[in-house]
Write a protein of this length. Structure first.
Length: 523
């Protein structure tokens, strides 16, 4: 029997209730007394005895009413607490002052891979020998915030924050730990760091060349193989990488990017692979996960992959082969499920010949090659892209669309575009800033380098080319020579005779410069 006795509080009321049950030879299982309310639980009795007892209880002075209850207040509080603990995504684990586990919710089970029956009532050091932060909290009363734990025995990886539990007298009576799985922590990171998605519809073009490239990229997006995007600087390699990710089965996971050329080698290694606390001077307390870990289940874009040192190339190769990563200074290896999309404007094949790029890494990266043509090779796209950029700038500045002279597009098409689409966008913005009204004329188009038509023959390097390496300049000259000779000769053998090289060398060079599609089969 469980009842709630409403009353007007007076001295001796609890004694009178207890004495009545004593006289009835009834055992009190529990009693909870609050202001103007007494909750009472007794052993089971017959309906006849219960009716007689309730009648006599009502006759006790200051008793105003009696009602049956399903749960005692303490049980109801525990039930509500259990509902809360079962609902939260964080693991909750508490102990008493001696380190015995008193609370352990389902989320903790999922994170630690240890069941409630294995944990409740057991010594924490026996169940979780790795949970040193909570034991330190119990002994010293100090908070520990977001300590990273890798419990290798259970393959559990999580963040833990520990807090002391004190009574009303501020005496330390236990501790509580809040656990967050590394997957949840990474999900929060993604939410606040990931850039807006980009789709193939956001890539603008009209030329047949780009139609073929986009069609290939869409096909590649459905798979999970590593992609190597090749193309000159400014051709939109990162745009394609983002579009491929968004069209892939990993679209709901994170897309992370790093420019391998913009970060010093020592920092690049720690950014990619992460590090443990104390690995080097200046490192973050508690260590730091690398981009491979953070991109788990998503895609990682490695831009300018040709700029990696041979040391970092070796570590990257190991990650690609074993699908595992180990932080700098760490012992634990983390299993990875990451799709790699790499990009470069460098001649990796020539770099391999000079031992500047590992052959084994090249073949790991070049599973699916995607070649982006330079802007000068798709002149049809130039006026279309320029119009898109002009319209975007007008919309951004809340102006009417710009009126553009036809001579402007002609001037744009006759330029060589060493900086490709990125340079075109800059020049369009420059023109908008030069005009005093909505009219764009040829004089508003000012190029970064001296105005020049598309190169018909090898010539002295332009200002833009002077910023390139000697190797890149020579490659550009060689490509131009091949293009010019191809206009007059249709077979690799005749081209070889003109240039003084074998027809197989001609074919190899044309494949390297992506010119083989414009050549008939060797005669």
């Amino acid at each position: 029997m469980r009842i709630k006795i409403k009353n007007v509080d007076r001295y001796g009321l609890v004694y009178d209730v207890s004495r009545l049950l004593f006289e009835k030879h009834l055992n009190i299982l529990s009693m909870e007394v609050k202001k103007d309310v007494i909750y009472l639980e007794t052993e089971d009795i017959t309906a006849e005895k219960e009716a007689d007892l309730l009648l006599q209880l009502k006759n006790i002075a200051n008793v105003e009413g009696i009602h049956a209850v399903f749960l005692m207040p303490r049980e109801e509080e525990l039930q509500n607490l259990k509902i809360v603990l079962d609902a939260v995504q964080e693991g909750i684990l508490s102990t008493d002052s001696e380190g015995y586990v008193t609370t352990y919710n389902p989320a903790a089970e999922a994170i630690l891979h240890i069941t409630q029956s294995e944990a409740l009532g057991k010594k924490l050091t026996e169940v979780l020998p790795c949970c040193s932060s909570l034991m330190a909290t119990i002994k010293e009363g100090k908070e520990v915030i977001d300590q990273e734990i890798f419990f290798a025995e259970k393959e559990s990886h999580y963040l833990v924050s520990s807090f002391p539990i004190c009574d009303k007298q501020n005496k330390l009576v236990g501790g509580v730990a809040v656990l967050k799985s590394m997957e949840d922590a990474q999900r929060i990171y993604r939410r606040f760091t990931e850039q807006p998605a980009l789709e193939f519809e956001n890539i603008f073009y009209k030329s047949e060349e780009m139609q073929q490239v986009v069609a290939l990229a869409k096909r590649y997006a459905d798979g999970d193989s590593t992609i190597l995007i090749r193309g000159e600087t400014g051709t939109g390699k990162e745009l394609f990488a983002r579009a491929i990710h968004h069209a892939s089965p990993r679209r709901k996971a994170i897309f992370l990017t790093i420019n391998c050329a913009s970060i010093p080698e020592t920092l690049l290694e720690s950014e990619l692979f992460g590090y443990e606390e104390g690995s080097f001077t200046g490192g973050r307390k508690g260590g730091k996960p690398g981009l491979f870990e953070l991109a788990n289940n998503g895609s990682l874009f490695l831009d300018e992959i040709g700029e990696l040192s041979t040391h970092v190339q070796a570590k990257l190769l190991r990650v690609l082969q074993e699908h595992k990563v180990r932080r700098i200074g760490g012992k634990n290896e983390f299993q990875l499920d990451v799709r790699i999309i790499a990009a470069t404007h460098r001649n990796l094949e020539m770099m391999m010949e000079h031992n500047e790029f590992r052959r084994d890494l090249y073949y790991r990266l070049n599973v699916i090659p995607l070649h982006l043509p330079p802007l000068r090779a798709r002149k049809e796209d130039i006026p279309f892209l320029a119009q898109v950029f002009f319209d975007k700038l007008a919309e951004k500045s809340h102006r009417e669309p710009y009126e553009i002279s036809g001579e402007v597009f002609e001037k744009l098409q006759n330029y060589s575009w060493p900086g490709n689409i990125r340079e075109l966008e800059n020049i369009v913005e420059r023109a908008v800033n030069l005009t005093e009204d909505r009219l764009i004329y040829p004089e508003h188009i000012i190029f970064d380098s001296a105005e020049q038509p598309l190169p018909e023959a090898a010539s002295a390097p332009s200002k833009a080319e002077e910023r390139q390496t000697l190797k890149e300049i020579l490659e550009g000259v060689e490509r131009n020579v091949l293009e010019n000779v191809m206009k007059q000769h249709v077979s690799s053998r005749s081209i070889g005779k003109i240039l003084g090289i074998s027809h197989t060398s001609v074919i190899r060079k044309m494949q390297f410069y992506h010119l083989d599609g414009k050549l008939n089969k060797p005669s």
